[in-house]
Design a protein around this ligand. Sequence first.
Ligand SMILES: Nc1ncnc2c1ncn2[C@@H]1O[C@H](COP(=O)(O)OP(=O)(O)OP(=O)(O)O)[C@@H](O)[C@H]1O
Ligand SMILES: [Mg+2]
Length: 386
Amino acid sequence: MEKILIVDDKEANLYSLDALLEEIKCDEYQFETISALGGEEALRIAMSDSDVQLIILDIQMPDIDGFEVAKFLKSSSKTKHIPIIFLTAAFKADEFVKNGFKIGAIDYFSKPIEKHQFLNKIKLYLQLIIKNKKLKEMNLTLNQKVTEEVEKNKHQQIMMFQQSRLAQMGEMLSMIAHQWRQPLSAINATSIAMNISARFEDLGHKEVIEKTDKISEYAQYLSTTIEDFRDFFKEHKATQQLNYEELIKSVLNIVEISITNKDIEIKQDINCTENFETYPNEIKQVVLNLLKNAEDILLEKKIKNPFIKITTYQENNKYILEVNDNGGGVPESIINNIFDPYFSTKLQKDGTGLGLYMSKTIIEEHCKGKLSVSNNQDGAVFKITL
Ligand SMILES: Nc1ncnc2c1ncn2[C@@H]1O[C@H](COP(=O)(O)OP(=O)(O)OP(=O)(O)O)[C@@H](O)[C@H]1O
Ligand SMILES: [Mg+2]
């Protein structure tokens, strides 16, 4: 409840002031009056009771006068917000006008007090005080609400971040699984070949070395694939020197046997031998995907004299690598969808539809290049521009 502190050095005055204020107490104005006999007591109460909302202060008091009390109250952060109304003898009113307002009083009454005017004004101040208090409370709950909302938001952001990390990890796993298929089947094929040779006691010393070297190489590739994809979502990774010629050689090491075993001819037309800065391992993944897709279409359509042609050249300071096949091209009806995630026409042959999506992400988002497709008279042409 609000408290009004009344201060006077004469007990009789305090008593009659209290009685006067009693008259306006009602449901709307609930307050308690506290009396202080003199300035010192007034200071003690004002400093210790945080519920004091209004002070009615007599100016002439023997110990510390009203002006001094007011000055002190206005100088303390604990009490400076409390409105002060002075009571002054009529003949001293001029002196108050000069000093009182300067100190920070909001109003004054001269004694003897004119009852109705006094009570009306006190009502008005009480109204203001109550409204002010409500406003402060509202502000407080508003602040609290804002803080709560901000906290909630932060929490949500953390959750979203974790979810997106999980999604990224899921995506990464799918990519690794996608890129592992070829080397894994190469390992499998090599070990089956060794096994058969051994059964027919036709496994020479030389062949064992050759084949196990191959298997080590494939295994090495599996492990670098993991490393590459672990770095995939890192913001600042270091670029390296890339040379298309070397890159093609190292990709063919992995897939050449599997492709030529299917009687597909691999043609090369290498016109760009320069080194440039990019992420070579990631580009390797892309070329691997393009070769695999070409192989898939040639087998699916049972093309006669199937070939895959890899061309590199330089154009307007860009380094270009093209993979072309004679599989008849990408139908116009789907050509705009083939880079979408999970778009595949090989669903019955467990195609994931991730190959081209991953490749586009690598080339365009990571390497800031371009991956595009077109059809020529033989088939599809996938073009990497870096
Ligand atoms: N060289 C190509 N010629 C004709 N169509 C192609 C060629 N390369 C890709 N496509 C088409 O684009 C689609 C998407 O290719 P993408 O590599 O993203 O997935 P996928 O090969 O179907 O599945 P996965 O890569 O998991 O084996 C293929 O299903 C195919 O229809
Ligand atoms: Mg594919």
